[in-house]
Design a protein. Sequence first.
Length: 836
Amino acid sequence: MVGNIKKGDAKEIIETDFIPVDYSHFDWQEENYVRIIGRNSDGKRICLIDKFEPYFWAIFKKETSEKKIKEIQKNIENIKIESENRTTEIKKTEVHDKHFLGQKVKAIKIFITNYKDAHPVADKLDFPEIEARREYDIPLITRYIIDKKLLPLHQYKIIGRNVDLDFEFGSLARVLEVDSCLFIQKISSIKESEELSPKIVAYDIEADELEIGKGDITMISLVSKNFKKVLTWKKTKSRQDYVELCKDEEDMLKKFVSYVKKLNPDMLVGYFSDGFDLPYLRERAEKNKIKLSLGLDKSQPTFMRGRVPSGRISGIVHIDLFRFIETVYSQYLQSETLGLNEVALEILGEGKKDFDKTRKSNKIREDEWEDYFEYNLQDSILTYKLAEKFWPDMQEFCKIIQEPLFEITRDSMSQLLENYILHRLDSYDEITDKRPLHDEISTRRQRKKVEGAFVLEPKAGLYENIAMFDFSSMHTSIIVSFNISKATLLEKPEKNVHESPEVELNGKKSKFYFSKELGFLPDMFKRLVEKRKDCKKEYKENPNPVTKARSNAFKLLSAAVHGYIGFFGARYYSIESSASILAFVRQFNKETIEKVKKAGHNVIYSDTDSVAFTMEGKTKQQVLDLLKKLNSELPGMMELELEDFYKRGIWVTTRAGGFGAKKKYALIDEKGKLKIRGFETVRRDWCKLARDLQNIILQKILKEGNEISALEYLKEIIKKLKERKVDKEDILIRTQLKKPISEYLSITPHVIAAKKMEEQGIPVDVGMLVKFFIAETKGNTKLVREKVKLPDEKGEYNLEYYLGHQIIPAVENIFEVFGITKEDILGKKQKSLGDF
DNA sequence: GTGCGTGCCCTACC
DNA sequence: ACCGGTAGGGCACGCAC
C-alpha cells in the first residue's frame, strides 16, 4: 500500500502507512507546526508535518447570559498584545457547551496564532464573568495527539503531499535525514494494524573522570542487531575485530555520530545515559570544538532540566533505560541496586564483565586494554538486550498512556497516570484543570499529614493452617464505589449522597460528602480497574511478554490512583478525597476483621487491605463460603479476594517493647514456598551472613514446625563466626547514601564509610550504596562508627559486633517464640561470648 | 559512667 | 518536586541519676 516514497517531486500526493515514534514541534512564520518521525511497513523513515492550531478555554460563570457571552466573545476577539517584535492576535473564537469539573459550562475556545501566546492572552482575560481560564498549560504535543488522534506506536494510513523542500519551512525539512517528508492531509486508522519493530542501538562510554566532561572519553561502544563496535583512540594492539582505532577523541566522536547515522535507529538506548553518557559526549564534543550532530536535522542533543536532565535527540528517541526500569519495574526486582550489573544479572542471567576501571587510564597496563574494550562492549550488549526485553513494556505504556516514548520512559508514576487522564478527558467533554503553580504546591505541601491505614498488632507466635484475604485494588475500588473525587466532592451534606466516615483534617473533625452522580474520574478509574482485570485474565490465558507488559501497566496505573489524588503536584489533587478514601480503608479493614472473627476464626494480623487468620478447623470450602458472604456485603466494585492458604506462619515481637511486631512475618504455602515480609532477610542494610542465616532458620522452622534443626544450624554459624571462617563478602553492610555527606546531621557508620571512600579518591555520589564492615579495633571505643572499615581495608571483623548486633538480633525474636532466650543460645552462664 | 529517651537515618509494607 | 502513611530498628547524643 506504500506509494512511491522518495524525496523530491514537490506537492505530489502520497499515500503510505505510518507508525509515529518521535514528536516535536517548530515555529515557521510565527505559526506552530508538529513534526512526527516514524516508519512505514517498508522500514522507510518518514517525516510528517502538520499544522497545529493552538487554543485554550475561558469558562463562564454559571449565570452569565447569552448576550453577555456574545459581548465578551467580541471583546476577546479584539485583544491585541504588542510585544517587542510581534503583535499577538486572536485568530478566532468559538462558544461551546463543555464540562468543567463535572459541571456543565459555557466556554469560549480561544484560538491563537502561536502557542507561546497562550499565557499572556490568558492573563488579559480578566472579565468578571469568566470563572476560569484553562488548558493554556497543556504541552503542545499532548494537545496535538489528543486532537488529531495520531497516537504513538499505532499504525495509520496517511495521505499527504510531498513537502517542497526548497521553499517550505525554511531549511528545516531539507536537512532532515529521512526517506520522505509529507505534509499531512488525511489520517485514517488501520483495522488490522502492524506493530513497530523498532531499530534499537545501545551505547555506552568509558571516561577517565566521572565528573561530566572532565576527563577524556577513552572509548564508546555501540551495539545493534548483528552489529557491535568499540571505538577508541587508545593506540594499543587489539585482536578483536569489533575494536576500531580512531586518530584521537575528536575522530572517535565523529565516527560515533556517523555510525549512529548509518545504523539509522528509532531508539538510541543507554543505561544512566541521561545523567552520564549523553551529557558527557556533548561536553567532550564542545571541548573538541565539534558538533555532536546526532539529530536527524543534524542538531546536537539538548537537555531539559528536571529532577534529572533528560537528553533529547531530534528525530531519534533517546532512552535512558534505567529511568524506565526504575519507575515501572523496580518493585519486582530482587536486586538491591538498579545498577546495570545487578539488573542484567536478574533479568538476563548475564552480568557485566569483570574489570577494575576505578583506575585512571594511564594506570591500565598495555595488555589490559583488551579486557577494557570487552567490558565496554558488554555494557552495550546488556543494555541492548535489556532494551529488547523491555520493549513490550515501553510499547504498552506508550499505547496506553498515549504520550510519546521519550516521555513515558521518563515520567514518574503520577505523571504517567495524569497523562492517562489527560488523554481521556475528551470523551467526557471535560476541560482539563490546571497544573498547580508554585504557591499552590507549597500550600499543599505544608498541610498536616492525614491519618493513613490501620495495622493490627499481631500476637507473636507460630501458627498453623492460615488463610489470608485481601481487597483487590482497595483504594481505587473505594474511589469508584463512593464516587470520590475533587469534582464530586460536595460543599455541604445533601440528601442521598455518599458520606465518608469521620476524618480529621488540619485539626478539624468532619465528614465529607460525595455526589451520587457519577464523576468523570471515578468513571475513568472504574474502566481502568476493569481493564486491569481483563488484562490480568488475558495474560493468564495467553501468557507472553506483550500480555504480561499490558497487564503490568494497568496494574501499576490502578495502584497509583490514590497516591496521585494526594500528590501535591497533581492537577486533580484533592486532600478531602484522599482523607475520605483512607477513612474508608480503615473502616472496611476493621469491619472485615470483626466479621472474620465472628465467623469463628482467630485473626492474627492485618495491614491496610489484608486479613490473616487461622482456619480453626474449618475447611477451605467453608473459608471460601465466608469470602463469598463477605463479598455479598461489600458495596460497589469493592471485592475481597483469597490471597492464599498457608501451612504455617510466624509472627515475632518487636525488639523494644515486646509487642507483636507489625509488617514483619513469614509464611509458608502448601507448595513449600516462603513469603517473607519485613524480616532482616529482606532488608539490604543487614549483612549477608545475618540475612542468609535468618532465611534458613525461618525456612527450617516453617517447614518442620519446630525449632530443633534451626537451633543446630544457628550454633554452626556461630561456631564458624568465632573461628573467623566467615567470608568478608558476607559481613559487608550496605547502606545507601541518601544525601551529600556534608548534609548529614548525625554521623552514622555509613557516613564515615563514605568519607573514607572520598579520602581514597573513590567517587562518592548521592544514591550510591556504601559498603563497609565493622572491624576489631584497638583501644576502648564504644562507637560503632569508629570501627568502620572499607571492604578492601585490612582488618579482622569485629566478633562481638557481628554476634551481638547482626546474628543474635536477626534470630533472637524468632527463637523467643519457642521460649528460647538469647542466654540459652549463647550458653547460660557466660555473660559474653560463650562457647558451645 | 550508665541507661534511657529522643532524633536522625534507612528501609520495608501496602 | 516528581505516590504517601505506617512501621521497625540501628546508631548517636544528651540528659537524668
